[in-house]
Design a protein around this ligand. Structure first.
Ligand code: ARG
Length: 577
């Protein structure tokens, strides 16, 4: 990975390698990596290196002796004030405040607080949100949308060419049931003012009838065949279902601040399904089994992957395989990332394996998440079992508005409302993103909107507090740009804050690589906590001018990292709350 900023760890590791070389010369194997990481216990140093353990084995010497020989081999460079060997051979490094100040200044001056260009323009397709047409988006889709969008933002920021594709479920047998129901159960008026809610009702009604009445089922199948054969009327009805659904989805996306590069539904690939399945047959991968066409995956310990059902219809797996073919041919992606709930794990394992067998080398990644559980009474509006997403967002904004009104009665109403949207939506996003995706979340308003815990509002508020301090500084010392001030790191808490700021790029890289926005959320929460101890212990505006100017620069850099980081999670950062 190429880095735009040479990290502290890399520079320290470079010096240590020289030290090991000076101590052991030829005997030091080139293959051994010398790595430096932030200290786990800052009482002993700022950074540490544990590689003497490994080297001791290779050099057949006690690790502690190896470490000691290395640290004595070279004079202390200016970046270090102390090097110590501890325990069985850990090397603890204490860096000089001046060097640290220089390092953080580089991050602060670099675009995006020093994020490396890890992607170098390579393409990543992120398939997320992807709700099904004619059904309301449910709570599972909000997680896919929010997690997918955070990954989208992080990968873009890391220099990847991201193609965000909303792979709508807009094709399949449900459309026969829907069209038949649409004709039978709706009044002219309802058809004129069609909504996703009406479509849902019609679907349930029509579906239930297929179970009771074979003739109804046949009629649904006939409508589906007509649609598949391009019948003009059915085609127009189907297009209307999509338009109405997209309209509703777009409202949610707008409120969530989410946008896509592509919105190709399953239907986009429909024409290529026969040739895709033919290819699988030609390569001897797909075989007939009980009338269906399947790919056997016994070697991988997986159940067979059905690609054509016994009634001749192509299915979800066939569509996903055709989609990979199309995406690879059109975009040559380095990887394709899919974000869905955990229940689809088997499907992804199966069709990924089929794609491998077809010879595709594109990295295919399934990012799955556990469901978000909503305790009874979380929502004021509940229809059937489906929690309407819009109701969730409304409720979040309503609750945020109450809090804002109580705290800022004098704020103009329009501003209160805008703030309520930023905080309400931010609270929901953060409640999701602050958890490891692979865990079940029990959502509560108390936690999501808490002002004193690990919550969205807490972080947004921390940012606004720094901004208000910057404003006060601007009033007190007009015309001075805090980021241009000299930086002196005399207090341990100042050094601690800088050490944490320096970890920003690594936190983003780790979060992106692991597909866990929670890693970035944890980092930002930790940063805001360190900032708050710094702020409690070190007066800023009341300090003598040189100290004040240095400290306000620390505040300004914290604001940079917080707004950059929260932005990557898709959260707005109002300057004033
Ligand atoms: N439409 C599916 C659902 O709502 C998700 C699609 C995910 N993407 C994919 N390429 N299979 O569950």
């Amino acid at each position: 990975m190429s880095e735009t900023v040479n990290t502290c760890e890399a520079q320290l590791a470079g010096w240590l390698r020289q030290a090991f070389q000076a101590a052991f010369g030829e005997a030091l194997p080139d293959t051994v990596a010398i790595r430096v990481q932030p200290s786990t216990d800052t009482r002993f140093g700022d950074f540490q290196c544990n590689d003497a353990m490994q080297l001791g084995k290779l050099l057949r010497k006690p690790p502690r002796a190896v470490a000691e020989a290395a640290v004595q081999a070279l004079p202390l460079p200016p970046m270090l004030t102390k090097v110590e060997v501890a325990g069985p051979g850990f090397i603890n490094l204490t860096v000089s405040p001046a060097w640290l100040a220089e390092q953080v200044a580089k991050l602060s001056a670099a675009p995006r607080f020093g994020l490396p260009d890890a992607g170098q323009g390579r393409t990543v397709i992120i398939d997320y949100s992807s709700p099904n047409v004619a059904k309301p988006m449910h709570i599972g889709h909000i997680r896919s949308t929010v997690i997918g969008n955070a990954l989208d933002r992080m990968y873009r920021a890391l220099g990847y060419r991201v193609i965000a594709d909303n792979h709508l479920g807009d094709w399949g047998t449900q459309f026969g049931i829907l069209i038949q129901g649409y004709r039978a159960f709706l009044t002219d008026e309802e058809r004129a003012g069609l909504t996703v809610e009406l479509l849902e009702r019609v679907y349930v009604q029509s579906y239930n009838r297929t179970k009771e009445e074979p003739a109804w089922l046949d009629a649904c199948k006939a409508e589906l065949v007509k649609l598949q054969q391009g019948d003009a009327e059915n085609r127009a009805i189907w297009e209307r279902f999509i338009a109405i659904s997209l309209d509703e989805f777009s409202r949610v996306y707008r409120r969530l601040g989410v946008g896509f590069d592509l919105c190709r539904g399953e239907s986009f690939y429909n024409g290529t399904l026969p040739e895709t399945v033919q290819l699988l047959q030609d390569k001897g991968l797909a075989v007939e089994s009980e009338g269906a066409l399947v790919v056997k995956l016994e070697d991988e310990g997986l159940p067979v992957c059905i690609v054509r059902k016994s009634d001749g219809g192509f299915n979800y797996a066939a569509t996903d395989i055709a989609t990979v073919r199309s995406r690879v041919a059109e975009f040559a992606p380095e990887r394709i990332v899919y974000v869905t709930d955990e229940r689809q794990q088997l499907h992804f394992k199966q069709f990924f394996t089929v794609c491998n067998r077809l010879g595709y080398t594109t990295r295919l990644e399934h990012v799955w998440f556990g469901l978000m559980r909503l305790p009874e009474g979380t929502f004021s509006t509940r229809q059937g079992n489906v929690i309407k997403l819009e109701a969730l967002l409304d409720e979040a904004e309503r609750r945020a508005l109450e809090i804002i009104k109580a705290a800022n009665a004098e704020m103009p109403e329009a501003e209160q409302k805008d703030l309520a949207a930023a905080i309400g939506i931010g609270a929901i996003k953060y409640a999701d993103l602050s958890h490891d995706p692979q865990t079940l979340i029990v959502f509560t308003w108390e936690k999501a909107l808490a002002l004193d815990g690990n919550s969205g509002p807490y972080l947004q508020y921390a940012y606004a507090r720094v901004c208000s301090l910057l404003d006060k500084y601007a009033a007190q010392v007009p015309g001075v740009e805090p980021l241009g001030n000299a930086l002196a790191l005399d207090e341990p808490i100042e050094k601690a804050l800088v050490l944490q700021l320096l970890q920003f790029p690594a936190a983003v890289v780790r979060a992106a690589e692991a597909y866990k926005p929670s890693i970035l959320a944890d980092y930002l929460f930790g940063l805001s906590q360190t900032y708050s101890s710094f702020y409690q212990r070190s007066p800023v505006l009341k300090a003598e001018p040189a100290v004040r100017d240095s400290r306000i620069r620390l505040c300004a850099m914290t604001a940079q990292a917080l707004s950059e980081g929260l932005g990557l999670l898709g959260m707005r950062t109002p300057r004033r709350i």
